[in-house]
Design a protein around this ligand. Structure first.
Ligand code: SF4
Ligand code: SF4
Length: 187
């Protein structure tokens, strides 16, 4: 049995399974829930287009606020993307017209077992949610994430400037001639 969980199943994933079977005479690799790994091997959160906002601590606080209009992370609005596995960010829905998070609504975890019980309430954090619990310290984590990103950029800039000052040219140093590998030619 191949499980193509979702609500509803994504037709592109069904088509891909059938084409794979017709091509290779066997089914693709599956996870422990019998879901094909090509479609359910990564979390929504892993591939989400709003992930940079999550990592930077930029969250929607209310429907329609400025952060919502700017496409920031929906975690605080109850998004279950960190614990939901499907390829919606990559293949989308309706011939990749769009997908829920691109439309401004959090993932409700429809591909996970018993999601209507286990993922509710849909608009609140779950107890025991991986990452940062019920969001009680989310602002603190977002703050430190921002500091980390800023520090990384500052370090990169300083290293780059240092290289330029000592004349190495850093990343922009002109390439030398290609190394010769034999008598007849070069790489
Ligand atoms: S919490 Fe939701 S909206 Fe935010 S990055 Fe993860 S999947 Fe995307
Ligand atoms: S984004 Fe989440 S709720 Fe929406 S279809 Fe994908 S897995 Fe289901």
């Amino acid at each position: 049995m191949i499980n193509l969980s979702a609500c509803p199943m994504n037709a592109q994933n069904l088509t891909a399974v059938l084409v794979y079977f017709l091509t290779y005479g066997r089914f693709p690799a599956l996870d422990k829930l019998n879901r094909p790994l090509f479609a359910y091997g990564k979390s929504i959160h892993d591939n989400c287009e709003r992930r940079a906002h999550y990592d930077s601590g930029q969250y929607v606080e209310q429907w329609g606020d400025e952060a919502h209009r700017d496409g920031h992370c929906l975690y605080k609005m109850g998004c279950k993307g960190p614990v939901s596995f499907q390829n919606c960010p990559n293949v989308g829905w309706n011939d990749n017209t769009s997908w829920p998070i691109a439309c401004g609504h959090g993932c409700i975890g429809c591909a996970e077992p018993d999601f209507w019980d286990k993922m509710t309430p849909f608009y609140a954090h779950l107890p025991g949610f991986p990452g940062f619990g019920q969001g009680s310290n989310i602002d603190k984590i977002g703050f430190w994430a921002s500091i980390g990103v800023t520090t990384a950029f500052a370090t990169h800039t300083l290293v780059h400037l240092g290289k330029k000052l000592v004349g190495t040219g850093g990343d922009h140093a002109p390439e030398g001639p290609p190394e010769r590998t034999d008598e007849g030619g070069a790489e």
